[in-house]
Write a protein that binds this ligand. Structure first.
Ligand SMILES: [Zn+2]
Ligand SMILES: [Zn+2]
Length: 168
């Protein structure tokens, strides 16, 4: 992986209070290599704005793109659109509060921001549609596409016991 270039913060320190914009278009293959499991269908865009004031770098931006995920119920591929907002503060020396990330070098690792944003942008659960019927727990067929005989043929074992008891 050729990797995303880090942003040199020395240039930004020289111009305090000025907002600088950065845009990155990241290939799906690079996203796959970086995360190991996220497989987008098209390039992911990362927009960042950096402003330096009072020893603090204010980094804001957005991660946008379409991630290909699996439906939690039926496992079909779902195109999941993400617009994940980024807001972080960094500093080379001051840690006025614990949310400020201390940098050891005057470089901002874009790759780190990308990796973290992708992880946070991932939904816990994704559905192809609210009414997704999922897979049959017995034969595994996709119940959105076909119906199986499993549930019709099946007699609840608890009911079967009751029937036997009633006979006695
Ligand atoms: Zn589904
Ligand atoms: Zn079935």
């Amino acid at each position: 992986m050729k990797g995303l270039q880090a942003i040199n913060l020395d240039e930004i320190i020289k111009q305090p209070n000025l907002t600088k914009q950065f845009s990155f278009n990241i290939d799906p293959t690079e996203i796959k290599e970086l995360t190991g499991y996220i497989n987008p269908s098209s390039p992911i865009r990362l927009d960042l704005s950096i402003r330096f004031a009072d020893d603090i770098f204010y980094v804001t931006g957005e991660l946008t793109g379409v991630l290909e995920l699996e439906c939690s119920r039926c496992m079909e591929t779902v195109a999941y659109e993400t617009n994940y907002p980024i807001a972080e503060r960094y500093s080379l020396k001051t840690q006025k509060d614990e949310d400020i990330i201390i940098l050891s070098k005057s470089k901002l690792q874009v790759e780190e921001i990308l990796r973290e944003s992708l992880e946070f942008a991932m939904p816990v659960k994704v559905l192809c549609k609210e009414s997704c019927l999922g897979l049959c727990p017995h034969c595994g067929c996709n119940l959105n596409l076909s119906t199986c005989q499993c549930l019709k043929d099946q007699i609840d074992p608890r009911l079967a016991i009751l029937k036997d008891l009633l006979k006695e």
